[in-house]
Design a protein around this ligand. Structure first.
Ligand code: SF4
Length: 477
């Protein structure tokens, strides 16, 4: 059987502000995971439109398309195209799960929720010529899943080919997050068997790994065993976790020993009221600066995530957030305009209040204002968001944030990582065009090498310097 798996490009990937490097980071792991259930006799073509031109001049028997909100219209067009050609088309992913009625007219079958259990079930039915219209995942487990078909991934087109996911979902329930909608009707946080995860890591070449798990530290027992198993593997890795998990216990120390060198942390907002309204309880009354210092003490760089446009945000929020990031030496900041994704509690609330201004999903890219704001005007929010990005990544601020670290090595790493990531677009474009992105991996690994912090000593000395005692915690900002 001829099978084609497609990840259509996100709309924002083609905007004039498109940074090709941002969309050439990770391969389509979800599709490669599904491909593992296919037979060895199947002829499989996996295409990622972010890194290659789609070849539509073929006639597959089965087409599988992964749908996100901002590639939804494109995904539907591709689906219609292949159905007209006589292929059997299935659609799945976050957006399909949120809006099945919208996706259904473009597909022969749709998948709701994760596919590890439903996809093999579908294949069995399909081979018997009895496929159903809808497959809903209710049994959730990662036990006995076959090894991901990484051989289908064109590794040289990605900066981070060794991306990996060892858990699914997250233990928290933030109102603006897709997670609850996607995992509705079954377990919403579950993990691989530790030994399986370690075997998968062992199969990956080189040193660097990027864990794409929503919350790598979300289950302390699992994460502790994983990091214990990774000790001595000589890996460096990046991942994501919450503020509270950084502050709790000693898991983050174990992660650092195993090779954690950079962490994406969802700070989101400094306002307790915003946190309460968003049901982001895990951040309430948490000392953000203590979390930052703990990570820096372990030589871990930080990518801070922040949301603008929550109901309590006023026009000062942009400067306050940028200043805090620079002052606390965040290596990178990711800013988002609040976006009420369909299926989330935030969307339902906003819709019931008549605040959704457009249902053009192409604009739901966290760079546009798609809802009625409260304390900020739509224009203030958009301009503030653009200003924050420009301001945080000015050379002056990159240098200032870098110099806040205690060791010279950490200062240099910070400067190279941030500058390299944001300031050399033409060079990245050249490397991507020459098909040698993967050659940059040793440089990334070098930048992620271990640093020892001298900050503890400094902090002790600084206790007698009143000038440094003005750092406000989250609740006082
Ligand atoms: S902590 Fe992150 S992944 Fe988990 S529910 Fe909240 S936003 Fe989603």
């Amino acid at each position: 059987m001829k099978i084609k798996l497609i990840l259509p490009a996100l709309t924002e990937a083609e905007s004039p502000f498109w940074r090709p490097i941002k969309y050439s980071l990770f391969p389509p792991l979800g599709l490669a995971t599904l491909a593992a259930y296919l037979s060895e006799d199947d002829e499989i073509d996996l295409q990622d439109q972010h890194v290659e031109e789609l070849n539509l001049d073929d006639e597959p028997d089965l087409v599988i398309i992964q749908v996100y909100i901002t590639n939804a219209y494109r995904a539907y067009r591709i689906a219609d195209f292949y159905r007209n050609k006589g292929s059997y088309v299935i659609l799945g992913g976050l957006h399909v799960t949120s809006l099945p009625d919208e996706a259904m007219p473009h597909a022969d079958t749709i998948f709701l929720g994760p596919g590890e259990e439903t996809f093999p079930r579908f294949l069995e039915d399909f081979r018997k010529r009895e496929p159903k219209k809808v497959y809903f995942s209710s049994k959730r487990t990662l036990e006995k899943i076959p090894p991901i078909r990484r051989d289908l991934i064109k590794r040289n087109r990605y900066l981070v080919p060794n991306s990996i996911v060892v858990t699914r979902g997250c233990p928290h329930h933030c109102d603006f997050c897709y997670k609850d909608a996607f995992f509705e009707g079954g377990k919403s946080f579950y993990m691989q068997v530790v030994d399986d995860a370690l075997s998968e890591i062992e199969r990956l070449p080189g040193k660097h790994l990027y864990f794409l798990d929503d919350h790598l530290l979300g289950n302390a027992k699992f994460a502790g065993e994983l990091f214990a198993g990774m000790k001595g593997m000589n890996r460096v890795f990046q991942g994501a976790a919450t503020v509270d998990s950084v502050l709790r216990g000693n898991l983050v120390e174990k992660a650092a020993e195993a090779g954690l060198r950079s962490l994406f942390v969802g700070f989101e907002t400094f306002s307790p009221e915003n946190l309460r309204q968003s049901n982001k309880k895990q951040n309430l009354k948490k000392d953000y600066e203590a979390a930052v210092n703990r990570l820096h003490d372990l030589g871990i760089m930080i990518n801070g995530s922040f949301v603008f446009g929550l109901d309590e945000d006023d026009e000062d929020v942009f400067k306050r957030t940028v200043d805090w990031g620079v002052k606390n030496a965040l290596t990178t900041s990711t800013y988002h305009i609040l976006t009420p994704y369909p299926g989330t509690r935030l969307y339902k609330d906003m819709e019931s209040q008549g605040r959704i201004m457009t249902k053009n999903w192409d604009l739901y890219d966290t760079r546009h204002v798609v809802y009625q704001t409260k304390k900020l005007s739509e224009r203030q929010l958009k301009e503030g968001y653009d200003w924050a990005y420009n301001e945080f990544y000015r050379w002056k601020n990159i240098l200032s944030a870098s110099m806040k670290h205690s060791s010279n090595k950490h200062k240099l790493k910070h400067f190279l990582y941030t500058g390299g990531w944001k300031k050399f677009e033409p060079l990245w474009n050249f490397i991507i065009k020459s098909g040698r992105l993967n050659n940059m991996l040793p440089l990334l690994e070098a930048i992620l090498s271990k640093v020892k912090s001298e900050r503890k000593n400094e902090v002790n000395q600084n206790r007698i310097q009143p000038i440094l005692q003005d750092s406000p915690g989250i609740d006082s900002l």
